[in-house]
Design a protein around this ligand. Structure first.
Ligand code: DMJ
Length: 440
């Protein structure tokens, strides 16, 4: 008996040591990639790690990688690097630029990054930047329906792009809502919430939304309904806004939506594509973006479905030793072969591990790191794959690789108290925002 106890203690110590070692390996890879950004792309939006050149989204940089990565630097304890990044941001970031930006991307990467970093540091200059950015993005909501246009010029406020989708319309409330609470300017919350409500109002009789909608007329353009790109984070934000703000409307909209999804879109161990009006199946496609859904199911306490779907996602990852953008799950055939360093499957493994402590999710995490190191690591940092079949490399480290992919991988192996999970909500870009009690 004594021997058994000693053996069990040794095993659990060894497991703990292995976790700490894995967390450290992820930290090392994070730091190496960050230092490559510092060396080759400092002051720019993103690093092209193969050519070792910078990339700016709109000609003039918005410091997308530093803003997106600052909370991850802080979370992993890279305090000197975080201080240097923060100084770059507060001294050089200006939104007074004559450039037309994509509202959704700038909201989730830049506004979200500024807000979480402000909450972590208390540095008022970050909140001031967030407020300035929020004010410049606000004109997007001035459409006849209140659903946002896709693009806005940061200086003139001129908007463009009436054809939009649920993700770009409905993935704004965590950021705009938090900005409202922090600045005491309710307009941010109200505009973003109205946009979601307007979209939800236009759901079909069976409770689903489509893939494309005209924000001027409110008419659907494409009735394809699924949980992938263009729709994904709309659902994520219904549930997360209910949690972050205690918002009853969002909770009701989420409940209705998840019922419709599990009735019509779920397809055995997968979630496919159906017509939003008839519920008729139109495709058996599933991809890397859909892999966020197990995490959302965990947040909704539906561990059974979350486990089942994550197993499907992992099977997709293992098909070619790293995750394709999209497959046909019936034919088990790759439809889109790229891998742009996406985080979603890792995010879901983290949530599942957090909820269950089942070691199979750490084992998955080891596979993810090995695959990334084998196929995507360059002599500078990490890069995208053009094809998971041929393993041909692209030349970009998207900002979400540090902000999300490596953050979630680190958290999967870090001690539970690395983040105060029960008192924060991660945005769709993995920025932790503090849950506020009503009235705060
Ligand atoms: C990120 O910018 C966000 O997670 C977004 O919701 C989806 N696309 C990327 C990561 O894949």
């Amino acid at each position: 008996m004594k021997k058994l106890i000693v053996a069990l203690l040794l095993t659990s110590n060894a497991m703990f040591a292995a976790d700490a070692a894995m967390a450290q390996r992820v930290r090392d890879e994070f730091l190496r990639s960050w230092l490559a950004y510092e060396q080759y792309a400092w002051g720019h939006d993103e690093l092209r790690p193969v050519s070792k050149t910078p990339r700016d989204w709109y000609g003039e940089p918005l410091l997308i990688t530093p803003v997106d990565s600052l909370d991850a630097l802080l979370l992993m304890g890279f305090n000197d690097e975080a201080e240097k990044a923060k100084t770059l941001i507060v001294e050089h970031l200006s939104f007074d630029k004559d450039i037309e930006v994509k509202n959704f991307e700038i909201t989730i990467r830049v506004l979200g990054g500024l807000l979480s970093s402000y909450e972590m540091t208390g540095d008022e200059r970050l909140l001031k930047l967030a407020d300035d950015l929020g004010a410049r993005l606000l004109p997007v909501f001035d459409s006849p329906t209140g659903m946002p246009y896709m693009y806005v010029n940061l200086r003139s406020g001129k908007t463009r792009g009436a054809l939009s989708n649920p993700a770009e319309i409905g993935t704004l409330l965590l950021e705009f809502g938090t900005l409202a609470k922090l600045t005491h300017k309710p307009i941010y919350f109200n505009k973003a919430k109205n946009a979601v409500m307007q979209l939800y109002r236009r759901r079909s009789k069976i409770g689903l939304v489509g893939e494309e909608i005209d924000v001027k007329s409110g008419e659907w353009i494409n009735p394809a309904s699924h949980i992938g790109g263009g729709i994904d984070s709309y659902y994520e934000y219904l549930l997360k806004s209910a949690i972050l703000f205690g918002d009853k409307d969002c909770e009701r909209m989420w409940r209705e939506s998840i019922r419709a999804l599990n009735t019509h879109v779920a397809d055995g161990a997968w979630y496919g594509v159906v017509d939003m009006n008839s519920g008729k199946r139109t495709a058996t496609a599933f991809g890397a973006l859909q892999a966020f859904f197990p995490a959302v199911l965990v947040l909704d306490h539906d561990i059974r479905r979350a486990r089942k779907l994550e197993a499907s996602c992992f099977a997709m990852w293992k098909l070619h030793g790293i995750e394709p953008e999209e497959i046909d799950y019936e034919k088990i055939q790759v439809l889109e072969p790229g891998y742009p360093l996406r985080p979603e499957i890792i995010e879901s493994a983290y949530y599942l591990h957090h909820a269950t402590h089942d070691p199979q999710y750490e084992a998955m995490g080891r596979t993810f790191l090995e695959s990334l190191m084998t196929h995507c690591r360059t002599d500078a940092a990490y890069t995208t794959l053009k094809s998971v079949v041929t393993k041909e490399k692209g030349d970009l480290m998207p900002s979400f690789f540090l902000a999300e992919t490596l953050k979630y991988l680190y958290l999967l192996f870090a001690p539970d108290n690395a983040i105060d999970f029960d008192h924060i909500v991660f945005t769709t870009e993995a920025h932790p925002l503090r849950i506020r009690v009503v009235g705060e």
